[in-house]
Design a protein around this ligand. Structure first.
Ligand code: UDP
Length: 343
């Protein structure tokens, strides 16, 4: 019988890529999502149950009906400035709802748990690239809500037979290289998505948040990871737990940083559009540099990224957005060539 897994937030950007990969490998997938930012159309495999993680009664019913061997937990709020404005919502949706999920795992004896965490748990980095053993001193409610979730998972695992893998994501971007799914949030705030929206004329200008960071060009530096590689790390984690691996925390990034100005330069070059850029004040809660030391995940899980190039991330984002805009495959020669390149 195929392994049955629960994917919370499986209609969202990252979750839907993981669901697709799970489905392709023959997993029996149940998605639990409130579709607040995700979309039913993004769930290409399995069964979608529309529900909120805050609704613990409904969650119990789902666990009681299905015998899950593992839970992959993506459902969360993830925008740093929004977390500064709405901290209580972030602690409720991220931390309290992780507790709800663990209660269900405990009641139903589900003992494999994969958690979508974030580099935001490190806060201002003392070392770059940062390793998993670095101090965790998050500087915004988003990071704190995720770190508290990590603690819940770790403490519960110590008291039970549950094994976990916590994946600390760096800056996720890109889209399915075959153009089936990608990021759909109309209010996306993340740099590569916004820059691609501006290049396509969806937004009028790109704002650079802070030009006085202690970095070579004054703008923030991040480690951008392709969503397809990130999704594959979850499948690697599931296999690792299945084979008896111990609970672990892994960074999931490439170990290569790009500044905001470098990203803008590549989006302009690839799209062929010299869009307007405006320099603004720093955003609250933004650290200067965040890059991953990603040796551990490669060594322990055998993770092998296939799309670790900034241009590929930007190409797939532009191609996906253009495809959605036209509701057909892109006709632009450059983007069409991209599909044959990466698929
Ligand atoms: N950023 C920017 N303009 C934007 C969006 C982001 O200058 O419209 C900067 C942001 O200040 C940070 C980097 O781009 O230095 C990555 O931000 P993003 O929101 O993509 O991810 P985060 O690192 O905050 O999770």
């Amino acid at each position: 019988m195929n392994k049955k897994v629960l994917v919370t937030g499986g209609a969202g950007y990252i979750g839907s890529h993981v669901v697709r990969q799970l489905g392709e490998l023959g997993y029996d997938v149940v998605v639990y999502d409130n579709c607040s930012t995700g979309s039913a159309n993004a769930v290409l495999y399995g069964k979608l149950i529309i529900g909120d993680l805050a609704d613990i009664d409904k969650l119990y019913q789902v666990f009681a009906k299905h015998q899950f061997s593992a839970v992959l937990h993506f459902g969360a709020s993830l925008i740093v400035p929004e977390s500064v404005a709405l901290p209580l919502d972030y602690y409720a949706n991220n931390t309290r709802n992780t507790l709800n999920l663990l209660r269900c795992c405990s009641a139903m004896g589900v003992n494999q748990f994969i958690f979508s965490s974030t580099a935001a748990v490190y806060g201002e980095l003392q070392q770059n690239p940062v390793s998993e053993s670095a101090p965790t001193i998050p500087i915004n409610p988003y990071g704190r809500s995720k770190l508290m979730s990590e603690w819940l998972i770790q403490d519960y695992a110590l008291s039970s037979s549950m094994t976990y893998v916590i994946l600390r994501y760096f800056n996720v971007a890109g889209a399915d290289p075959k153009g089936r799914i990608g990021q759909i949030s109309p209010n996306a705030t993340h740099l590569i998505k916004v820059a691609c929206d501006v290049a396509r004329g969806e937004k009028k200008e790109l704002q650079i948040f802070g030009t006085d960071f202690p970095t070579p060009d004054g703008t923030g530096i991040r480690d951008y990871v392709h969503v397809e590689d990130l999704a594959a790390a979850h499948l690697d984690a599931l296999r690792y737990i299945d084979m008896g691996g111990e609970s672990q925390i892994f960074n999931c990034g490439y170990g290569q940083g790009y500044s905001v100005r470098q990203v803008i330069e590549r989006v302009k070059a690839i799209s062929g559009v010299d869009f307007p850029v405006v320099e603004m004040e720093r955003r609250p809660g933004d650290p200067a540099i965040v890059t991953a030391c990603a040796n551990k995940i490669r060594q322990v899980l055998g993770w092998q990224p296939k799309y670790n190039h900034l241009d590929t991330i930007i190409f797939t984002t532009l191609a996906w957005d253009k495809q959605r805009q036209n509701s057909q495959l892109p006709v632009n020669g450059k983007l069409t060539r991209l599909y044959s390149l990466v698929s």
